[in-house]
Ligand binder design. Structure first.
Ligand code: ATP
Ligand code: ATP
Ligand code: MG
Ligand code: MG
Lengths: 249, 249
């Protein structure tokens, strides 16, 4: 079972869009895929139209009030472990109750879970407790970033955090840095991408996810891109990413 | 002195870009403008090339270890109260030291500050303690949002938070909702904008900030858009926003 955590503390870099559509593309190859929404803003949950009223979510799973299976939401081709705003309170509670080893909370809660080939975790735009839980759970990070200037500073911070986590004794790999929302018409995108490849060489995916409005439209239909526009470039790019991820494993 | 807090818990909606460029456009009309970076990721600080090593920042001002003036960084046409990663620790400390009235921390720290016509506060992508401090400080919210599906859910949450704050006795106005990163070529942008105007009528600015790569390039030169590309549409849109903000006051 391969676990991947999608992380970038900078906002709006394509984390949720990547978790959903990489998940869908892996599932299209016949793999069993679980997507975990670790964001109290529950963007992943909402973009797939998952309702959580009166149901267990990842918050109850983290505090061990519910089994993972109780909170799963089965879509035709993907399983979702959904989130809700309650997760913000749960994060504070876990920090109080286990101040010295809270980063292990997700790992503990999902220990022994079977039945999936891939588990992909979507993180909030921060490097706080929830993101730390996500990182320690998988030990394997996919970092989507917008090919713009502000992205590069953010990357340094995550890489600094990775170093700290390794020094604390948790293994951590950078599965890959994913240029997202790539605007083929501007030189800025190209300049940032070139800079990335020069400085971080084989840590940057070959695949870039190009700007494509269908990726922004799909959530309005509660669909992933392969269901919404299977022939478009959003689908093409995420299928290419899935192939790269499979080759790495 | 007018105070404005730029807020949206959704990531990457143009908060920092708006704080910088609305500030610059107001300053161009002869007003004295202070920009406060309330994000531990310090995007505003970095996008204007402000160095904070060995210097006081908003974190030390919040804990009253420094006067606001000690932390100010004067640019030719704007004053910055910069941030640094230390602010994440400061947020936790303030929550511990004043658990019942921490939302007042920024208001207290900047009380009696003179010399500015406008103070604009840039918030992180969350509705946590720092954002709450920013909201209570000004009582006047500017909400930039990306004209895409995911933006609408986020808006409900902020409006819910506004209601809660008012019920707690703090006055709070929505200065305006600002459609950002508006892609003139797609119907999605238009549909989301129309939906906004139908449901929230006079709460939505007339001005929309259109997608313009120069807005993403300017930070790489540590410049605001009026210095970087004064004749472009990024500058045009933020000048129009400044006029609307001035009329409202
Ligand atoms: N390649 C793309 N082309 C066009 N739009 C995109 C693309 N990728 C993402 N988007 C849109 O950009 C917005 C931000 O993307 P997304 O929500 O995936 O980012 P995020 O990193 O999860 O944000 P947050 O930090 O708030 O969690 C969304 O409206 C999404 O639909
Ligand atoms: N109108 C626009 N046209 C093109 N690019 C833009 C526009 N507005 C902002 N950007 C770019 O989009 C990215 C996100 O914008 P910005 O950092 O201002 O958002 P934010 O809401 O402050 O993000 P965060 O939630 O991480 O604080 C930046 O790289 C910025 O340069
Ligand atoms: Mg997200
Ligand atoms: Mg910002």
């Amino acid at each position: 079972m391969r676990k991947i955590t999608v992380i970038n503390q900078k906002g709006g870099t394509g984390k949720t869009t990547t978790t959903v559509n990489l998940g869908a593309a892996l599932s299209e190859t016949g793999r069993e895929v679980l997507l975990v929404d670790l964001d109290p803003q529950a963007g992943l949950t909402e973009s797939l139209g998952v309702e959580t009223t009166g149901r267990a979510t990842v918050a109850e799973v983290l505090t061990r009030e519910a089994e993972p299976r109780d909170a799963f939401h089965a879509l035709p081709h993907l399983t979702i472990l959904p989130s809700s705003p309650v997760l913000a309170e749960t994060e504070k509670r876990i920090l109080r109750e286990r101040p010295s080893d809270y980063p292990l909370a997700l790992k503990d809660a999902l220990a022994g879970m079977r039945g999936f080939d891939f588990v992909i975790v979507d993180c909030p735009p921060s490097l706080g407790a929830l993101s730390l839980m996500g990182m320690v759970y998988s030990g394997s990070l996919l970092i989507p970033l917008q090919t713009q200037y502000m992205a590069l500073n953010g990357l340094e911070k995550i890489l600094g955090m990775v170093k700290t986590i390794r020094e604390a004794g948790f293994p951590m790999e950078i599965l890959g840095i994913l240029p997202c929302m790539y605007d083929v018409r501007t030189s800025l995108s190209r300049q940032v991408e070139e800079h990335l490849r020069e400085t971080l060489r084989d840590k940057v995916f070959r695949t870039v996810i190009r700007q494509s409005v269908s990726l922004a439209e799909a959530p309005a239909r509660s669909k992933d891109i392969l269901s919404y526009q299977p022939g478009g470039r959003g689908a093409e790019d995420y299928r290419a990413l899935a192939q790269e991820v499979l080759r790495h494993g």
